[in-house]
Design a protein around this ligand. Structure first.
Ligand code: NAD
Length: 480
């Protein structure tokens, strides 16, 4: 029998009172590795109470001491990096090297947070009138909550928790019910780093628990990462309940390949972007816009490489692509492949026919050519290993095609022309741009800056935005 996961409240494991449990799978084997409570809404109030109780002391803890917890945490994460990566691969399916990099990107945010004593300094303007000084301080909000998706079980909780708590807030995390295990280990290591009990709490669950968080009167801010429809719902609901919200949603990322591009570089980058993590990334390259006469050679090379991709259990050496998260999600992605064929795109490589294990939730890489911008596969987020090629005669038309998307997370151009790169930079409507980079994920010192329907809110995750999101300003005008 797989273990039933417990909440972490006030530093203690707390058994659930849920009426529904969902299985947690190892998607490479299809076996159940845990059971997760879905609707234990009472646990939310208990977690908020624990976070409130911890807030007074934690927010009064000198910032240098809060930052030192981050330094110790960084060392512990680094020491346990391989173990955490294995945990990510086991519950998510991505290959081990990818999971290892994911943990590294999470560690970066802890490094950012360790700089809080520099970053959270206030401002003073002396003598605004005779004998009058104005001081602005950044103060924590109180109890804040994070709701995370399945696809980065380590990195996305780490986007939120370190900047939130180093700023003096206390936290309630609701991890994805499909990948909840790694986050529990992240909390154990925080405790080992010296974080007082109750500063970070974890409540498992699905939509009912999310609703309890969005409407809880004592939660001041909500950080959400997940699909666009849920991001929309979270943004509206939490705002209605007077909370500060950052809601990062889905994506459809366009990659423009110019005729002057270094094709070896472009093809390698596209392979990693489209098929890395089985396409289950919000930065996954999903549509290639091939400009001018580059299309035939590009499709040929992509088809050749993708057809030889080694698909299997990401914990095994030599494997290049793992499974999808669930059988149901695989059916959904297969549905998009059927739709692409029905709408008239050319199926250049069919992932359903790929050589892959029979157990687990595998689907091989798929490549569509001669896709049109109005087709479903060019418009909707597929979140699987499906790459679509659209052919366009010019850069201007390629950029117009990319801008037709409702999403605006990232876009990339492959070119050796500075002029083309500058045109792309100034005209494409997306917040994170790559020039000859397949996955242009900003380092933690910059905001994760999605636009359009990829983001609802104004302050993004990571970078200075994170500190502004998790703090309130207090302005004092004083006469002496
Ligand atoms: P999801 O929207 O299904 O789930 C995200 C979270 O919302 C989970 O914690 C889940 O429990 C909760 N949830 C799900 N349905 C809900 C509902 N009806 N009401 C309330 N809460 C609900 O997303 P996912 O499948 O776990 O993650 C993949 C999605 O996340 C993709 O769309 C991907 O693009 C997006 N994503 C975006 C970014 C970004 O930075 N923009 C990063 C990673 C993932």
């Amino acid at each position: 029998m797989a273990a039933v996961l417990q909440h972490v409240i006030g530093g203690q494991l707390r058994p659930h009172q849920a009426s529904r449990l969902d299985p947690v799978f190892n998607p490479a084997l299809g076996d159940v590795i845990g059971e997760v409570p879905i609707d234990d809404v009472q646990a939310v109030d208990a977690a908020v109470q624990a976070a409130e109780a911890a807030f007074r002391e934690w927010s009064a803890t000198p910032i240098l001491e809060r930052a030192r917890v981050m330094f110790r945490y960084r060392e512990l994460l680094e020491a346990h990096r391989r173990e955490l990566a294995e945990s990510v691969t086991r519950e998510h399916g991505k290959i081990l090297s990818d999971a290892y990099n994911e943990v590294g990107r999470g560690i970066e945010v802890v490094e950012l947070a360790a700089g809080a004593p520099s970053l959270l300094k206030g401002e003073v303007l002396p003598e605004v009138a005779h004998g009058v000084d104005v001081t602005m301080l950044r103060v924590p909000l109180g109890v804040v909550a994070g709701i995370t998706p399945f696809n980065f079980p380590a990195m996305i909780p780490l986007w939120m928790i370190p900047p939130a708590i180093v700023s003096g807030n206390t936290f309630v995390l609701k991890p994805s019910e499909r990948t909840p295990l790694t986050s529990m280990r992240l909390l154990e290591l925080l405790k080992e780093a010296g974080l007082p009990d109750g500063v970070v709490n974890l409540v498992h669950g699905g939509a009912p628990v999310v609703d309890a968080l969005l409407t809880h009167p004592r939660i001041r801010a909500i950080s959400f990462v997940g699909s666009q429809p849920v991001a929309d719902y979270v943004y509206r609901t939490a705002s209605q309940h007077h909370k500060r919200v950052q809601a990062l949603g889905g994506a459809k990322n366009f990659h423009i390949v110019m005729p002057d591009a270094n094709l070896d570089l472009a093809v390698d980058a596209l392979m990693g972007s489209a098929y890395g993590s089985a396409g289950e990334r919000c930065l996954a390259g999903s549509v290639v816009v091939a400009v001018g006469d580059v299309a035939d050679a590009l499709v040929q090379r992509l088809q050749d490489k993708a057809s030889r991709l080694k698909v299997g259990n990401g914990l095994e050496a030599g494997i290049e692509m793992g499974p999808l998260i669930r059988a149901q999600h695989r059916e959904r992605v297969q549905g998009y492949i059927e739709r692409g064929v029905a709408e008239g795109a050319t199926l250049a490589l069919d992932g359903r026919q790929h050589d892959m294990p029979s157990e687990g939730f595998f689907l091989g890489p798929t490549l569509f050519d001669r896709v049109e911008a109005h087709m479903t596969i060019a418009q909707e987020e597929i979140f699987g290993p499906v790459l679509s090629v659209i052919r366009r005669p010019s850069l201007e038309e390629a950029v117009t095609t990319a801008n037709g998307s409702r999403f605006g997370n990232t876009a990339t151009i492959y070119t050796t022309s500075g002029k083309a790169a500058r045109y792309f930079r100034d005209h494409v409507q997306a917040g994170m741009l790559g020039v000859n980079i397949g996955v242009p994920a900003p380092v933690a010192w910059f905001p994760f800056a999605g636009w359009k329907d990829s983001f609802y809110g104004d302050l993004h995750a990571t970078g200075m935005d994170a500190f502004w999101f998790y703090t309130e300003r207090r302005v004092i005008t004083a006469r002496w």
